[in-house]
Every structure is written in C-alpha cells, then in structure tokens.
Design a protein around this ligand. Sequence first.
Ligand code: NAP
Length: 256
Amino acid sequence: MEAVGADVRGLRPGDTVFGWTATGSPAEYVSAPATHFVPKPKRLTMEQAATLVTSGLTALQALRDVAKVQPGQTVLITGASGGVGSYAVQIAKGMGAEVTGVCSTRNVAIVRALGADHVIDYSEVDFSRSGRRYDVILDNVEAQPLAAARRALAPTGTLIPNSGKGGRWFGPLGRILAAHVQSRFTHQALRPFLSVEKHDDLRVLAALVEAGTLTPVVDRTYPLERAADALAYVGEGYARGKVVVTVDATVPGGRA
Ligand SMILES: NC(=O)c1ccc[n+]([C@@H]2O[C@H](COP(=O)([O-])OP(=O)(O)OC[C@H]3O[C@@H](n4cnc5c(N)ncnc54)[C@H](OP(=O)(O)O)[C@@H]3O)[C@@H](O)[C@H]2O)c1
C-alpha cells in the first residue's frame, strides 16, 4: 500500500494487501476504494495472494451461496486443476463434502494433493456415463452438454454450469437460457451464476488461508512486460491453478 486517502481507516502506507481494482489491466500502481482490499494472509507470498480474488470468490460463492453445500454431500468439480477448480476442491473439502475432481492424466496427482477424495481422469472416464450421481456438480469446463452432465446429478441435486461457453447463435446466453428452461421441468437445480466482488468474502478467503484450509496454486509467473504471453497461456485452457503477472520489486511498491 503506497498511499491512503485522508478518510481511510484501518489501512496504512506500507501495509501488504490483496484485492481488486475497478479496471482489469495489470499495472505497477493501481488506485481503488479501500473497501476493495484486505490484509494479505501472512503465510502467502504476494504472488499467491494476487490469485485469490476472482477464482477464489467464484469457487466460494458457487459452493456456499449457489449450491449451499452441506457436510457429507457429494460434490463433483470439473477443471479441478484449473484456477476456479483448484480453489473449489479445497473449499468443498473445507465444507465437509466428499469431493470428486475431474482433470487430465497429468494433473491427477495435483488434484489428489489438493484434497479430493476421488479423482476422475477425463481421458479414461466420462463422469456423465460412470453411473455415479452427485449432489452438486460445479462444471468449470462444460465439455458435455447440459443433458449429459445432468445424468450424473442426483434427482434433487444442483448443477452449476460455469464455463461461460455457449452455442453458435446465442453464445453463453444460450446455455444460460437452456439451464433456466430445463430447470422448470426437473427437480434438479441448474444454476448458472456470476460471481460478485465482495469485501466480506475476501475476508472469508483470507480466513480460510490462515486456517490452512486454502492454499493457492501458482502455475507460472510472467513479468509485466510479458502480460500478453500470460494471457495467451491462460487462454490455452490448461493452466495448473493460476498464472500471475509480477512487477519489478525494485519499483517502490512494486511486487505482484
Ligand atoms: N461464474 C463466474 O462469475 C465466473 C468467474 C470466473 C471464471 N468463470 C469461468 O470458470 C471457468 C473456469 O475458469 P478457470 O480460470 O478455472 O479456467 P482454467 O484455469 O483455464 O482451467 C480450466 C481447466 O479445464 C481443464 N480442461 C481443459 N479441457 C478440458 C476437457 N476437455 N475436459 C475436462 N477438463 C478440461 C484443464 O485441466 P487439464 O489440463 O487437466 O485438462 C484446466 O485446468 C471459465 O470458463 C471461466 O469463464 C466463471
């Protein structure tokens, strides 16, 4: 924290914080309301803390607010080694769920290390045809159509289609509409959602980190001048956890 406004309470220059800004561009300096920041958990590096916001909030809100996961429920998470998925596996475990992660062969060990009780390698098993049914499915990939994913959902379970993927004509809106329409004819809940940046939820994430329930997975870091390469790598769709853009630590206030 380089400087704070005259009316800001609870934050001082020199504090290490994480949070979000009104604009999305990586930069050495950013300016944002004080309510966008909370203190960085001590056990995280700046790079790890920088990954918490979007993916962490998405995983938290999907499981806690949309699916309302209860202890003992079965939760299946696709893209379990990715940005949202790596958080979701850990948060669902922290909520007392029995967690199944879906990923490729090379990520099976990582997903198990994140705490998943079961791991499905999608190159060998199609979860929608395995015969098992889950109380909650957080589908970060949507490799299958909604109807196929629903086969693996318990009769009163909740499916969160979360890839933002869409059809040829209507884009993501088409799948969202399909989910709402199909929800009317089944006891299964199909719940696409948009995550929201909330100060209180940043505090929840920080508390989960401090409690040892949550540890960010950082795949790679790129210096600011290679931010375009970072975005291109993420765009390939096979990142392990999160990718971080760093800024020169020799610049005053410049870290991650
Ligand atoms: N609802 C919201 O507000 C919100 C907010 C943020 C993000 N999102 C959405 O959440 C989704 C996930 O984001 P993310 O950041 O976690 O993406 P990501 O980091 O790119 O992760 C995607 C994961 O998908 C896996 N994958 C790729 N192809 C696959 C396939 N054919 N079958 C199964 N898994 C496959 C990859 O794992 P392997 O390498 O093991 O294949 C990768 O780890 C995105 O579509 C994003 O738009 C939604």
